[in-house]
Design a protein around this ligand. Sequence first.
Ligand code: HEM
Length: 407
Amino acid sequence: MQEVSELIPTLFDQRTRPDPYPCYAALREREPVPLATGRGVMLGSFASCLAALRDRRLSSDRTVSWAYSGDPAATTSRPEIQSLLFSDPPDHTRLRRLMSHAFTPGMVERLRAFVRARIDDLIDAAAPAGRIEVVGGLAYPLPLSVIGHMLGVPGSDMKWLHARSMVLPRAFDPAMAAFGTPPPGHAERMVAEREMNAYFLELGRRRLRSPGDDLVSELAMVSADGDRLSERELADNCRLLLNAGHETTVNLIDNTLLALLRHPREAERLRADPHRASAIVEETMRWDSPVQILQRFVPRDLRFGEVDLRAGDIVVLLTAAAQRDPAAFADADAFLPDRTDGRHLGFGFGAHFCLGAALSRMELGLLAPRFFQRLVGPVLDESSVRYREQVALRGLTRMDVDFTDVR
Ligand code: HEM
């Protein structure tokens, strides 16, 4: 087994991307793994990750950590961002309450027909070629058009937003925590964040003056007990929704279709019974989750289990390791959609539980069966499969699938 000091560099090594799970297992067995910066730990067991997500003493506010409290230009994000994801109570409670008013199950249901039609259009577009590059032809365009449609972003602006949004996911890699340096592409991310926030600031103002039937208008108008989102809060959280609303769902589409193409018996069962989609999607969320790592920050000295943490420390949660923990799941490394020990942390847990879980479940619930019902004889070209460089968000850049016909 590798030395513990080698495991974290191995996790970040590009050669690990196709199969990071042996490295996760080794880290899980050694938890708590001290970070080389001396300012925090990595946790990988299911029990520890769950306990950390439940622990209200740990913060989601990156500005409390040593890595983010100094010069904002040297950190991986600007501390003044007022996003739901990076806030703690009482700010988080307030923002979440306001956003939940607009982001409702009814709103998700109203999108169902749009999603169904879009899936068929994308499959039809690939039909004449007998081959589909899944990432560019399906996995990106579907969630991108869904979130654009929801937010009421004009179609002509989506290309511009998408180009900026694509550079952001690496910000979630815990490189600061592990090595004391931001993930590559930091300066480019700062520019992209600033430009996207300016865009949503302007869109929010326009929608306040003349509201439409879209989420930005609803969020601009939403009020609870006389409270409303400020202009800045509206812009930051609309940007969060745009990014969170497609980068993760793209990866769930990639990972689900890849799992099914590599488990043809499961694909055939899904084709015969579309109701199996939910079990398959939940198992993909556990077995090969789009979000592999979360972070929490330590506002003041505290003892977590057997670990003493100091104010400013970072706790890196290897949720992808936790979801294959043999202490929590039988036959944890196997893809078994029929398992009944099905709790996963793929949408997080507790106060920050994903606001868009129902939306992405709906998108996948329609897409996965439709893909296997419409494409005749789909075969994965294994040699085409390429992984993204980032570590915390797992997905593909390319996956080609051949088929003989489209029904
Ligand atoms: C939060 C995963 C889709 C919006 C989260 C968290 C996870 C997650 C793990 C918790 C982060 C933490 O605790 O630090 C995913 C995955 C998705 C997905 C795997 C797709 C498969 C979406 C979509 C939207 C969305 C479609 C919106 C359209 C959000 C928001 C939060 C969040 C706003 C912050 C909630 C809070 O802090 O209270 N997501 N997400 N997500 N997600 Fe998602």
